[in-house]
Design a binder for this molecule. Structure first.
Ligand code: GZL
Length: 317
């Protein structure tokens, strides 16, 4: 008997993990397509599933939590082998995650976290969202070198973990700089359109000449704000410095034009690490840590933004 089980084990060892995923079905509850980064995350997730022979059931929630909860419940009813969830907001997930747990379907969080007991999900694949904001704040502090700076802030989706954590991190990044003050802060919901509208209201309320910098929780809102700044007759990147997060191709185009100053990179490939975890789990029950952190890298005007743009365009954007 022992020889037989050893033979089986050794045979199993010869099977690549990815081959074990070939007969698996995974449900993916995606927030929507509110930003260039989100669209790229969807593209990369579908590419990763196809490469691994995973049958991906995709649901776009148009940024509505109730649609995500419906999608997760549908995946449970279908009896999928695992669920990927990018939670639009941090609260309100306990009951549906308990339903997945009762159905013994593992849930992996992508790019955002939830305020729920961590036994309700297998792991979360995210960047360090607080660190991203702190990197942005540190950049502005260094850039201003002690000069006074009145900052306006475009927040992400209200109640989302990136909006909460990127705000907290930025404030940490400027806490040693009394010369830097956040004078306006409002959500632009991570979209270009809302970023433009809210920046227009900031410019009207403060006057472009009284705004030194914009901190946007994502590049798409920054790109919308750049349009508003230009329409107000000011010069983005010089009259108003701009730092944001994601490192999507269009922010590097803006940096090449001198219309933005810095961005903190967020990888759109959260699904790769998630599928790696699932393949290991399906192979032999290996359980991952509760957090798989993705890297964050600052890009500025000193980087080769043309090469970065070109490379990004080859990565699913
Ligand atoms: C952050 C992610 C954010 C991106 C935005 O991890 O959830 O959502 O920064 C997107 O572009 O809308």
């Amino acid at each position: 008997m022992k020889l037989k089980s050893t033979l089986l084990a050794s045979t199993m060892a010869l099977v690549p993990l990815s081959a074990l995923a070939a007969d698996k079905t995974v449900g993916f509850s995606q927030i929507g397509s509110e930003s260039g980064w989100r669209a790229a995350e969807t593209t990369v997730t579908k590419q990763q599933a196809e490469e691994r022979g995973i049958d991906l059931k995709f649901a776009d929630a148009q940024q509505k939590q109730e649609n995500q909860i419906k999608a997760v419940r549908s995946f449970i009813a279908q009896g999928v082998d695992a669920i990927l969830l990018a939670p639009v907001v941090a609260t309100g997930w306990d009951s549906v995650l308990e339903e997945a747990q009762d159905a013994e379907i593992p849930v992996i969080l992508l790019d955002r976290t939830v305020d729920a007991p961590d036994d309700l999900y297998m792991t979360a694949v995210t960047s360090d969202l607080v660190h991203e904001g702190e990197v942005a704040g540190n950049w502005l502090q260094d850039e201003m070198a002690g000069a006074d700076c009145r900052v306006v802030e475009l927040q992400g989706t209200t109640g989302s973990s990136p909006a909460i954590d990127r705000k907290k991190g930025f404030e940490m990044g400027i806490e040693d700089a009394p010369n830097i003050e956040i004078v306006r802060s409002q959500t632009g919901d991570f979209t270009r359109a809302q970023g433009k509208v809210v920046m227009e209201s900031f410019l009207k309320a403060e006057g472009a000449e009284n705004i030194c910098a914009l901190y946007a929780h994502n590049d798409d809102m920054a790109v919308g704000a750049i349009q508003a700044i230009k329409e107000a007759g000011a010069t983005p990147g010089t009259d108003i410095k701009i730092v944001s997060i994601d490192s999507v191709p269009d922010i590097h185009l803006a940096m090449l034009a001198g219309e933005a100053n810095a961005t903190v990179e967020l990888t759109p490939n959260m699904a790769g690490p998630a599928f790696d975890v699932l393949e290991a789990y399906w192979a032999d029950g290996t359980m991952p840590p509760k957090w798989i952190q993705t890297e964050s890298k600052l890009y500025t005007l000193e980087d080769d933004n043309q090469a970065i743009y070109d490379n990004k365009k080859s990565l699913g954007y």
